[in-house]
Design a protein around this ligand. Structure first.
Ligand SMILES: Cc1cc2nc3c(=O)[nH]c(=O)nc-3n(C[C@H](O)[C@H](O)[C@H](O)COP(=O)(O)OP(=O)(O)OC[C@H]3O[C@@H](n4cnc5c(N)ncnc54)[C@H](O)[C@@H]3O)c2cc1C
Length: 502
């Protein structure tokens, strides 16, 4: 079987590596950070662990595609993953009118809840939710249905802008806004984000969200275990700094530490712009370079992390969304320091031994990369006083909003610190600190994602820039990438066969 070198050691790399290792390939994963995992990494402050990029999980309940995939890889029992509250998976509060929506999981519950809140739109709400499920049903990949082709035909609404899809069914302006509340989970822009992305994320979470108990690193370690159990290796702490390509064939991967790795086949599990920086101009066509160089990235986030004083803030077993006003949700990407934050999501992540009190909170406020443009040329820890002051001011603005939601909030905090789009950029080597890689645009689909296959014969792509981002999209793409190497539907068939045996 083939030897494989995977560049990057994040979610996509580890799933692709684990699937290929299970197929008998000799896999070596190369991660730049000491700690593997990318979006799965957990970091610690004062002994409290924080997930860096994986708070809300979809598709991991029994029957879900990621559940089936993890069961196939034998890692389900190596992770502690819990359901969020069934009767309230998400809580959305609008500061302008003080209204809070408590949205239950489950298709029928979701419909009934919004029908109760907006009785005049009752029929339209059902039609809208049915349309979401119908759109997602067009995507075989999402349901692990085998496909004989990578060419899909889709209904008309599939590629509409997401805001147009909502407006097509829903007349009430407030309800249109509320139904777009998951926007921060997919980086939505009005007029650009395709309806199918909005539908996928909504259907994923309506079907039942989950969260890690303990930390997200456990999944990275479980996947590392699969790779190592099949004779492969995962090396952290040595960035790939160069790849050698001759006559459209990759011949070696070189690292900062002076190591050279060779293999039959290579998988790039990093942003395509970061890949292009590893090689000279001749390796890829000018058209490809221009396309990647000009493709817009999704927006970023300003994250505030809180360690609470003991027994001061209750544990909340679901995600909460804050909106300053109606009409903002499709304009998160526009930054105005005075208005910041227009909206954010906050959660109290679950500890392994979770009681009634929260130990910590993560508050993610959407922020475009341009907000920290003055410090774009700086590196972590050396960004200067003006940056630290800018960060302090933004943190205070977020805390002011938390005070409005929970009077006395600051008194409950033992430690508060923040990260900016620059932190995300440098931590993951993700251009512009993009939350979800390239921005998916229904007006220019070709530009907003890259195929699994590249013009370099033995180089394949995986990760969030190929199909879909996140906890569900990236592992499903890993199956596509692994099957490009071992044979179409080979792994999907095995996953489904195991599921049929149950
Ligand atoms: C703040 C934040 C919160 C998020 N919250 C959620 C959430 O709640 N739910 C959800 O589903 N998704 C969430 N996401 C998105 C999710 O984290 C990503 O979609 C996912 O991690 C992408 O996987 P990936 O493998 O493509 O990239 P990554 O997981 O980022 O992995 C890429 C890896 O490549 C490494 N790398 C880069 N360059 C090199 C190099 N030259 N040499 C070696 N290694 C290199 C990086 O260090 C990184 O480890 C969040 C993202 C962020 C930033």
């Amino acid at each position: 079987m083939d030897s494989i070198v995977v560049i990057g050691g994040g979610l996509g790399a580890l799933f692709t590596g684990a699937l290929l290792a299970k197929e008998g390939c000799r896999v070596t994963v190369l991660e730049k950070n000491k700690q593997i995992g990318g979006g799965l990494q957990t970091f610690y402050r004062r002994g409290v662990g924080f997930e860096s990029g994986m708070h809300l999980l979809g598709g991991i309940r029994p029957g879900g595609s990621i559940y089936k995939l993890c069961r196939y890889l034998g890692i389900m029992d190596k992770m502690d993953i819990r359901d969020v509250d069934h009767d309230c998976m998400d809580e959305i509060t609008y500061l302008s009118d003080g209204k809070t929506y408590r949205v239950p999981e489950g298709k029928e519950n979701f419909i009934a809840y919004f029908q109760h809140e907006f009785p005049d739109e009752a029929t339209h709400i059902r039609d809208y939710v049915e349309a979401l499920f119908a759109i997602v049903n067009e995507i075989d990949f999402f349901y692990l249905r085998t496909s004989n082709s990578h060419i899909y035909t889709h209904g008309e609404q599939f590629m509409w802008p997401a805001d147009r899809l909502i407006a097509h069914f829903i007349g009430n302006e407030k309800l249109r806004d509320v139904l777009a509340y998951m926007n921060p989970m997919y980086g939505g822009y009005a007029g650009h984000t395709p309806a199918y992305i909005h539908a996928l994320i909504n259907v994923l979470y309506i079907s039942g969200p989950s969260r890690f108990a303990g930390n997200s690193q456990q999944m990275a370690e479980a996947l590392r275990g699969v790779i190592e159990a099949h004779g492969g290796g995962v090396a952290g702490g040595d960035p790939v700094t160069g790849i050698d390509i001759t006559d459209r064939e990759l011949t070696a991967v070189r690292t900062l530490g002076g190591q050279t790795y060779t293999a039959d086949k290579y998988v790039a599990a990093i942003h395509p712009a970061a890949l292009l920086q590893l090689t000279d101009a001749k390796a890829f066509s000018r058209a490809f370079r221009t396309r990647i160089g000009s493709a817009p990235n999704s927006y970023s986030s300003f994250c505030v992390y809180v360690v609470f004083k003991p027994q001061s803030f209750p544990y909340i077993n679901h995600t909460c969304y804050y909106q300053s006003d109606y009409g903002m949700v499709w304009h998160y990407n526009e930054y105005n320091a005075g208005e910041f934050p227009r909206g954010f999501m906050y959660m109290t992540p679950c500890e392994a031994e979770q009681g009634p009190w929260a130990t910590k909170m993560i508050i993610n406020s959407i922020m475009p990369y341009s907000a920290c443009a003055p410090w774009a040329g700086t590196l972590t820890g050396r960004r200067g006083r003006a940056y630290e002051e800018w960060k302090r001011q933004r943190t205070e603005q977020v805390l002011d909003k938390m005070e409005r939601l929970f009077p006395g909030f600051r008194q409950k905090c033992d430690l508060v610190f923040a990260s900016s789009p620059l932190t995300i950029r440098d931590y993951y080597n993700e251009p512009e600190g993009a939350l979800y890689g390239l921005h998916k645009d229904c007006l220019n689909v070709a530009q907003s994602q890259v195929p699994v296959y590249t013009k370099v014969r033995n180089l394949y792509m995986t990760g969030q820039n190929v199909n879909l981002h996140g906890f569900c999209g990236v592992p499903l793409t890993a199956i596509n990438t692994a099957e490009a190497i071992v044979g179409l539907n080979r792994i999907t068939d095995k996953i489904n066969a195991l599921d049929d045996e149950k």
